[in-house]
Write a protein that binds this ligand. Sequence first.
Ligand SMILES: CC(C)(COP(=O)(O)OP(=O)(O)OC[C@H]1O[C@@H](n2cnc3c(N)ncnc32)[C@H](O)[C@@H]1OP(=O)(O)O)[C@@H](O)C(=O)NCCC(=O)NCCS
Length: 287
Amino acid sequence: MLKPELRLLEENREFKQCERIQRVVWGSQSISAEVMALTQKYGGVVLGAFVKGRLVGFIYAFLARRNGKIIHWSHLMALTPKFRDQGLGLHLKLAHRDLALQQGISSICWTYDPLQSRNASLNLAKLGARVEEYVVDCYGRFPSIIEGGLPSDRFVMNWRIRTREVEKRLSGKKAGAVYPLPPRINMTVINAQGFLENRKIDLDHREPRLLVEIPPDADLMRRKTLALAKRWRLETRKIFLRYLAESYQVEDFVAVNESGRKRYYYVLRRHASRRSTPPERGIGQKL
Ligand SMILES: CC(C)(COP(=O)(O)OP(=O)(O)OC[C@H]1O[C@@H](n2cnc3c(N)ncnc32)[C@H](O)[C@@H]1OP(=O)(O)O)[C@@H](O)C(=O)NCCC(=O)NCCS
């Protein structure tokens, strides 16, 4: 695992580099150097990851209030493509957690696209953050090359950084065994182009645990076969909205080796008494 130097950014030059990374990663810039400098000064966190002295990624988080509590809302995290999948994202998140704990913060929240399997691995499997909402077209249509023109549906994550549950997860402990594998809500096949597609979706399952498979290559699919990527968006939207409204929670995200390939599943778990309740004013609701 590559070990980066992690530190709070200080100079205008560094915030400008974060603007450049945003343009490389999303094709546009959403947070300016000025706003980053102000956030850093007045209670948020702009944390950089350096490799051999070069800034290769960052986290941008601001102070926010959610359900009456002061939290950090982590709006951006990005690594330049060459530096992904080497653990830097995890290092950045852990350093952010340390800083937030020092500030007396107990929750770090953010959103991510449920069809991005890499982000799901990091957010759920490695960090132990919780899915609290599914927001349809969260940011509207926006000019991101990652989005590829799809509606910007998002999970809202809450990383409750002081909890035993999170500490256990960070020490490498899994939430619980998923073997034998629970029933699948969506049955999939690999199509002639080599992309995963849904063959059958059964919304009538009510077993205590269920699986939802997602493709491993959302970015490539959006570039090569946008119609299929859109279908995935609408089909998984239907699944998550239905099950989250019916007392299921997203418990985990697992990779399973089956017939020589890695398949990725969300694990949904039914809670007898709990309906997932949206926060008092969720991100998708009108101000
Ligand atoms: C999301 C992002 C910040 C993660 O950083 P990262 O350094 O790549 O993440 P890590 O290496 O710490 O963890 C990624 C995990 O996903 C796994 N992974 C890689 N490809 C995967 C795939 N196709 N499907 C599922 N998991 C995958 C990696 O193996 C790794 O897990 P492991 O360490 O157990 O092997 C980075 O990939 C990125 O900049 N993406 C584009 C911007 C973005 O999506 N930002 C976040 C939303 S604002």
